[in-house]
Structure formats: structure tokens, C-alpha cells
Design a protein around this ligand. Structure first.
Ligand code: ADP
Ligand code: MG
Length: 323
């Protein structure tokens, strides 16, 4: 079991940002409206994710750290209609296998919770504690017992870059959730969680960019589009400013990114790139999320239709036809 967890950890937990991603997805799945992320030394010293979500029931605390202990799949059929972000039950055991984890969680508002300490996959203690409803996961000394993995870690700035990139995109995917990110005591992101995507764009890219964003709104029989795209004069020299959100998940999809760039590159030189926060809504049955374990690159069953809709809409907005 220990070995299995360490092997799984090698696949799921590649670097500090993988831990942040898994913990934040759990907080989102738990219906949190506030998620605070605190990181030290690029996440190698500490990653702490605190939420105000459902919490974990006392009887489920230890179980949550066993392999495949997901509470999120009722039947095999559900695999094809995944609405929550996590569904494999691998993240917590993988993280606990390669770090020192303190989990404080409470599933009711009566002030009583549980504290579970796990180090390298071994439960050190499990006891009652005072806690408000929600979950507080502190992951310390990541890869302390897997020195070979630790050696592959890049500089603190690089690891932090992966973490902030993930959180910026998460915040843009979930404007109704108030996110904070702190690194070594400095606040790097703070969103209000009031549902205003433009405010999130301002928190990530600054107010000048946010003011120059144009709204997108469109739908056809299968897809809805929303979000913001930058005016053609507010561009960047790299394509990192493109965020695609599908049913609340940030995704990568080559065809959709290409459609976005095509729309811009009829107006812009090909070495300039937009800032885009595009929300796509669709029937979950038309998506194949399980293409890659990291669940980022997804496929759609009516991809050409989506590509056409995205390209046409963005062109129209950029030409000022839909303002
Ligand atoms: P998965 O998310 O794939 O179900 P995880 O290993 O990430 O698997 O989590 C295991 C279980 O622990 C989840 O199914 C959920 O029931 C519980 N859990 C983990 N984190 C939280 C959280 N922040 N709030 C509430 N429940 C949580
Ligand atoms: Mg999960």
C-alpha cells in the first residue's frame, strides 16, 4: 500500500503546483466560497489550502487518505457525466505519501472538528479539535522522503510560477469564489468572489487590461460562450494570457485555442497574443475529460461546431459588431 501510494504520487504529484491543484479542486468540489492558499519557498516548505466548504465527516477522515476513496462517483455510469473536478480518489493518499500533512476539518458548524496528522503515508495522530466548518490542509516538506524527486525541482520562482499560473486560471474559472494566494507573506492574488469576472481579470492582469476587455456572449444548440477578450491593442508577446474554461474547469484544447488565435490574427501580427478568459458551457456528455490523468487536455464530440462558434463570435466582437 505504501509503495503503491508512492508510485501513484509519482504520476499525480509532479511538483508543488500539482499539490495546489489537487487541494484547490477538492475545496471547489466541497462547495467552498472562500479558498485561501498560503505557500512558502515555492511550495517545497509549505502549501496550505484553507476552505469554508463541506468539511470531511469524522468517519471519512482517515478513509479519505486511502487509495480510491473518492466520495464522488456513485456508479460506473457517473464516470461519463463528471461534474465535480476530482473523481479518482488518488490525490490525498498520493500527497500524504510524499509529504507531512496536517488536516483539520469540520463538517458541522458546532465548532468541533478533527485533526489528522499523516507523514509519509503513516497516520501519526487523529484527534478532536476546535474548528470552524471547512477544511484546512497543510502540506509540509514535499518530497522529503523521495530525494530523487526533490532533485528535479526547479528554482523557487519557477515552482511559484506554476502555482500562481494555476491559481490565476482557477480564479478566472470561478469568479464566485474568493481566492487568495500568499507566498512568503506577500499577497499575489486576491479576488472578491462576487461573480464579477472582470474584477478577477483586474486582480490577475491589472486594471488597465481589465478595462480594455470586451464581453463575449453567444450560444447555439450545444454550446454557450461567455467571458472577456482583450481589445486588439491590448496584446501580449506570449500566448499565456489565454484561459479556456469548460463547465467550470480550466482546460487545454488545441482546436479552441487555435480558433481564438485565428480570430485575432486576421487583425494582428502573428507575434502578438490576446488576453482571453473564455467560458464555454455545454452538456457534460459531449466532453471526454478523461484524456489525460491531469484532466487538462479534453476533447469534444462536436469540436468543429464549437471551433466555428468561437471563431465567428470573437471576430464579431473584435469588429465591434456585438457591442
Ligand atoms: P477525489 O477528489 O478524486 O475524490 P481525493 O483524494 O482528492 O479524491 O479526496 C478524497 C476525498 O476526500 C474526496 O472524495 C472528499 O470526500 C474528501 N475531501 C478532500 N478534500 C476535501 C475538502 N477540502 N473538503 C471536503 N472534502 C474533502
Ligand atoms: Mg480530489
Amino acid at each position: 500500500e505504501h509503495v503503491a501510494n508512492q508510485i501513484a504520487a509519482g504520476e499525480v504529484i509532479e511538483r508543488p503546483s500539482s499539490v495546489v491543484k489537487e487541494l484547490v479542486e477538492n475545496s471547489l468540489d466541497a462547495g467552498s466560497s472562500r479558498i485561501a492558499v498560503t505557500v512558502e519557498e515555492g511550495g517545497l516548505q509549505l502549501i496550505r489550502v484553507t476552505d469554508n466548504g463541506s468539511g470531511i465527516e469524522t468517519d471519512d477522515c482517515e478513509v479519505a487518505f486511502y487509495r480510491h476513496a473518492t466520495s464522488k462517483i456513485g456508479s460506473g455510469k457517473d464516470l461519463f457525466q463528471i461534474r465535480t473536478l476530482g473523481f479518482r480518489g488518488e490525490a490525498l493518499p498520493s500527497i500524504a505519501a510524499v509529504a507531512k500533512v496536517n488536516c483539520v476539518t469540520a463538517s458541522s458548524a458546532d465548532g468541533l472538528g478533527r485533526k489528522l496528522v499523516i507523514e509519509g503515508g503513516t497516520v501519526r495522530s487523529f484527534q478532536e479539535t476546535a474548528a470552524s466548518r471547512g477544511t484546512d490542509m497543510a502540506v509540509k516538506e514535499l518530497f522529503y522522503n523521495t530525494p530523487a524527486r526533490l532533485k528535479y525541482m526547479k528554482t523557487i520562482q519557477t515552482e511559484l510560477g506554476h502555482i500562481s499560473d494555476y491559481l490565476y486560471r482557477s480564479a478566472m474559472a470561478h469568479p464566485h469564489v474568493a481566492f487568495t494566494l500568499k507566498h512568503n507573506g506577500n499577497v499575489l492574488l486576491q479576488t472578491l468572489g462576487n461573480g464579477d469576472l472582470r474584477q478577477v481579470v483586474a486582480a490577475v492582469y491589472g486594471t488597465t487590461v481589465a478595462k480594455a476587455m470586451l464581453p463575449v456572449k453567444a450560444e447555439d444548440a450545444d454550446y454557450t460562450l461567455g467571458g472577456y477578450i482583450s481589445r486588439p491593442d491590448m496584446t501580449r508577446s506570449n500566448r499565456q494570457g489565454i484561459t479556456i474554461v469548460m463547465n467550470g474547469r480550466t482546460i487545454r484544447n488545441y482546436a479552441v485555442s487555435n480558433a481564438i488565435l485565428n480570430a485575432y490574427h486576421t487583425l494582428l501580427p502573428i507575434n502578438r497574443f490576446p488576453v482571453v478568459a473564455l467560458h464555454i458551457g455545454m452538456d457534460p456528455e459531449l466532453v471526454d475529460v478523461n484524456v489525460h490523468p491531469a484532466k487538462l487536455e479534453v476533447r469534444f464530440s462536436k469540436e468543429q461546431e464549437l471551433v466555428r462558434l468561437v471563431e465567428e463570435q470573437l471576430r464579431a466582437v473584435l469588429r465591434g459588431e456585438v457591442l
